[in-house]
Design a protein around this ligand. Structure first.
Ligand SMILES: [Zn+2]
Ligand SMILES: [Zn+2]
Length: 264
């Protein structure tokens, strides 16, 4: 089974990705309600019981609301989270999965892959991003897939990990003007814009432009707000980034897209 990475969906209303590497199949988050997760995996010819584990970034529902349904179908599924996140999810969802507890900032093995849990600034108990090292196989090189969404600002650790990714998924949550003009209550606007909220399009672009040397060849902009963002706005902003890095492929993931965005 060769390397494959499928973003099944990433937006404020649901996040889930599937990574396959040398026989290991794992999900990053399980934030879909209803049958969408199973349907998405079926489209890829994968059954729920074929999963080796689920990595959970944090306890917000758009990242873990699908866990109970997943566990009903596969009660022995290993769910990887740090202690604080596991505690919050267990308390609200009334589930008792086969927790695999990791410590934020450390690296652990998950099948053929090595996973590093990256601390991120967000208004959750102990939120993380992930850098997943996938070994070389057949004619494919080793690759690092890095997932960085749900962050209020860019920290030195985030910058460090963004630069080391081969495949980078970065949050580009909102357009400043659309957020300002939206009918959302002021408190919510302040939360989103806050140091522990979400990354704006401008902040995502500025992070990428500020990287002196970075190795990503695939960049996905994700976790777009359906109300306060448009793919065309993000795409236009990324022109400057494309101009600085000719080998880079940029994909803005449409929050309305229900089909997987795949890298084989
Ligand atoms: Zn989220
Ligand atoms: Zn969140």
């Amino acid at each position: 089974m060769a390397f494959a990475f499928h973003i099944l969906g990433t937006s404020s209303s649901g996040n889930c990705s599937l990574l396959e590497s040398k026989g290991t199949r794992l999900l990053i988050d399980a934030g879909f309600q209803g049958p969408r997760l199973e349907t998405s995996l079926q489209k890829l010819g994968i059954e729920l019981r074929a999963l080796d584990g689920v990595l959970i970034t944090h306890e917000h529902s758009d990242h873990c609301i699908g866990l109970p349904a997943l566990l009903r179908q596969n009660p022995l599924l290993k769910v990887y989270a740090n202690q604080e996140t596991a505690h919050r999810i267990q308390a609200t969802q009334k589930i008792k999965p086969f927790w695999q507890i990791f410590e934020t900032g450390t690296t652990f093995s998950l099948g053929a892959t090595e996973v590093t849990a990256i601390p991120i600034p967000h208004d959750a108990a102990d939120p993380v991003g992930f850098a997943i090292d996938c070994p070389a196989e057949d004619h494919q090189p080793a690759r690092r897939v890095t997932w960085l969404t749900d962050l209020g600002h860019v920290t030195p650790v985030v910058r460090h990990h963004a630069a080391l990714a081969d495949v980078l998924v970065l949050e580009s949550n909102y357009d400043d003007e659309m957020l300002e003009l939206s009918k959302r209550p002021l408190s919510l606007k302040q939360r989103i814009r806050g140091k522990h909220g979400h990354l704006s399009n401008i902040a995502a672009r500025d992070l990428l432009l500020s990287l002196k040397e970075w190795q990503a060849v695939e960049l996905y902009l994700g976790h777009l707000s359906k109300e306060c963002n448009r793919t065309v706005i993000v795409d236009n902003l990324m022109q400057e980034v494309r101009a600085t890095k000719s080998d880079l492929r940029v994909t803005v993931v449409d929050p309305l897209e229900e089909d997987p965005v795949s890298l084989w």
